[in-house]
Design a protein around this ligand. Structure first.
Ligand SMILES: [Zn+2]
Length: 183
């Protein structure tokens, strides 16, 4: 008992010793949007679904789930195109030097968060900033199919449009380089 108490005290001291413990996991923020935005954006489940999607996709890229620590995902609707460091895009990921960073996704008219450009952006998280899409997996039909297959069981059965789109992505094996564009 005494030993356990000592361990606990040690753990607390160690935690206090960290100047700024990193935020664990992915934080999800839904930006203010108009009524014209997809209805799923206002669903209370959107944060959990985005986090589940992120964990699955990062695993598909063979990166550890902890790679998501310190990242904030902002879901936007209505902006059309984002200004990603001067480049127009529907998704933008900034990797911070000390870990973590920001992901911004314009959801457009996507059927659900799973089929937005998020899965593409997570490649930039998993590969820690391969902003030039140099890794061969960006162009792998197998990876696109694998991601769609892994996401399908996580989508509620009543979300027909989302499931239909994921099945399309699975059947057509969309490369991660273009995942989420035009949806
Ligand atoms: Zn990219």
């Amino acid at each position: 008992m005494a030993a356990e108490r000592t361990s606990l005290v040690t753990a607390v001291v160690l935690l206090l010793g960290c100047a700024a413990p990193p935020t664990t996991g992915l934080q999800v923020v839904v930006a203010p949007h108009s009524a014209a935005a997809p209805a799923w954006l206002a669903d209370p489940s959107v944060g959990d679904r985005a986090r589940t999607t992120s964990e699955i996709v990062v695993a598909a890229w063979h990166a550890p789930a902890r790679r998501l620590d310190g990242y904030t995902l902002t879901l936007e609707a209505g902006a059309g195109t984002l200004d990603c460091g001067g480049t127009p895009a529907t998704g933008c990921t900034t990797v911070a030097g000390g870990g973590g960073g920001t992901i911004v996704v314009e959801v457009g008219s996507a059927a659900c968060v799973e089929v937005t450009v998020l899965a593409h952006e997570l490649g930039h998280v998993a590969l820690a900033g391969d902003s030039g899409h140099a890794d061969a997996r960006w162009y792998s039909a197998d990876l696109g199919r694998q991601v769609a297959q892994a996401l399908l069981p996580t989508v509620p059965a009543e979300d027909g449009p989302c499931l239909a789109r994921l099945r399309e992505l699975e059947a057509s094996a969309v490369y991660m380089i273009s995942w989420g564009n035009g949806v």
